[in-house]
Design a protein around this ligand. Structure first.
Ligand code: PLP
Length: 441
């Protein structure tokens, strides 16, 4: 009988991986709180702390009793029903909760929620909404998008089309991705100067003005670009994008799929900038990492225009739209956030990450160390040896998933100061070992 990992290798795909990956795999035997119990290919078990929150999502930890109870309660009622012609309490309650917590101001308020089944799909819906809005308001030629370089918005085709044109997957699907308009990346938060921001603003304005008759919307991740490079930029730049969007009749789409629900120190990254988008995407931590769910929110103006257009409807409707189990998990997660304890948690974790990762900046292999909210990033000078760093980190009791030249952490909010200490010292030790090995080899 072959091992589970061998059976996996014979039958499954993993994210961005070849069919027979040479990278190591670990079997998850158990997950509880911040901890995972992993079994490696030699059959050894490892207790590790999850510094990734399973890709930003498991903010309240594994087997959280409140989350478990909410999903179990919904399970005894019903697990799924179609959303065409039917509704249910979890969907309505979730929409109301979401709308009550997102950014808003008197002239601009997010008033309507589309429940999608993943982040990428919520981005597809956001892009559709923008194009349908422009068509409905008499500007049918506006079908392209303006974005900044270094972004990541998902893996479906329209979403890929607004990801970074170099680091994204554009070169693999040249004939299939829409030709969008890419502005430079804003200056980095740590080193931005007023003059640098002004230069960047001039570049964006030039592009917006050149292409205004074919642009439907601006789409960006506010303040923190995640999978595109864990890059932070000033809140001022989001305010500039809001002004430019308004000036040229573009909608502003903020993709808060990674940044939403407290991770950056405010409930939404847009709150740092005081900017209200016309369309906003959330996902990842929405269900506390329990089930797959995302949402696209839009203003009343956008909803009204789209609904009165020639199509007379928003043209999207996934089979598992508003899945009740996922909605129940999301309501429970938002309920935990509503206690407000996340703010202290994020602060404690942010402090711990800054202190614990600081020693990494002394290493020759390290180019930069930065933190933002409960996100800590070590940027190496060269591409990470993912296998070496991951293996070494596991030996030191930490689960990380580096990419490109980045080793980073975004721990679950329930992580104690001690947990964060274990994560950071494990990360620093792993980088030290992996980069020394690389030099010796
Ligand atoms: C993860 C992510 C997405 C895609 O979400 P999926 O659920 O993986 O489809 C989109 N935008 C941002 C900013 C993300 O971090």
């Amino acid at each position: 009988m072959s091992s589970l990992i061998e059976r996996d290798r014979a039958s499954l795909w993993h994210p961005y991986a070849p069919a027979s990956p040479t990278l190591p795999l670990w079997e998850v035997e158990a997950a509880d709180g911040v901890a995972l119990r992993l079994r490696d290919e030699q059959g050894r078990t490892h207790e590790v702390l999850d510094a990734m929150s399973s890709w930003w999502s498991v903010i309240h930890g594994y087997r959280n009793p409140i989350m478990d109870a909410a999903v179990q309660r919904q399970l005894t009622s019903f697990s799924h029903v179609m959303f065409g012609g039917l509704t249910h309490q979890p969907a309505v309650e979730l929409a109301e909760s979401l709308l009550s917590m997102v950014p808003g101001e008197p002239g601009r308020r997010l008033e309507r929620v589309f429940l999608a089944d993943s982040g990428s799909i919520s981005v597809e819906v956001a892009l559709k909404l923008a194009v349908q809005f422009q068509t409905a308001t008499g500007r049918p030629k506006r079908q392209r998008f303006l974005t900044i370089r270094g972004g990541y918005h998902g893996d479906t085709f329209a979403a890929m089309g607004v990801c970074d044109p170099v680091d994204g997957m554009h070169s693999s699907f040249p004939g299939l991705l829409a030709a969008n308009v890419f502005a430079p990346r804003p200056p980095a938060a740590a080193t931005a100067t007023p003059a640098g921001i002004a230069d960047w603003q001039a570049d964006v304005e030039r592009l917006a003005s050149q292409h205004s008759d074919e642009l439907a919307a601006i789409i960006v991740e506010p303040l923190l670009q995640g999978a595109g490079g864990m890059f932070t930029y000033p809140a001022e730049c989001v305010r500039i994008l809001r002004t430019i969007a308004d000036h040229y009749g573009l909608l502003l789409i903020l993709d808060e799929i990674a940044t939403g629900f407290g991770r950056t120190g405010e409930l939404f990254a847009a709150d740092h900038a005081g900017v209200v988008p016309d369309i906003m995407c959330v996902g990842k931590a929405l269900t506390g990492g329990y089930l797959t769910l995302a949402a696209t929110l839009c203003t009343g103006d956008v909803a009204k225009a789209v609904s009165s257009g020639r199509a007379g409807a928003l043209l999207h409707g996934p089979t598992f739209m508003a899945n009740p189990l996922a909605c129940a998990a999301a309501i429970a997660s938002l309920g935990i956030l509503a206690t407000g304890a996340w703010r202290e948690d994020v602060e404690r974790i942010g402090t711990g990450l800054a202190e614990g990762l600081a020693p990494a900046s002394m290493l020759d292999a390290v180019a930069d160390v930065r933190t933002f909210g409960a996100v800590g990033v070590i940027e190496l000078r060269d591409a990470v040896d993912v296998t070496a760093v991951t293996r070494a980190a596991v030996e030191h009791g930490v689960w990380v998933r580096p990419f490109r030249n980045l080793v980073y952490a975004m721990p679950p909010y329930i992580s104690s100061a001690e947990d964060v200490g274990v994560m950071t010292s494990g990360m620093v030790a792993a980088i030290k070992e992996a980069t020394t090995q690389a030099v010796l080899a």
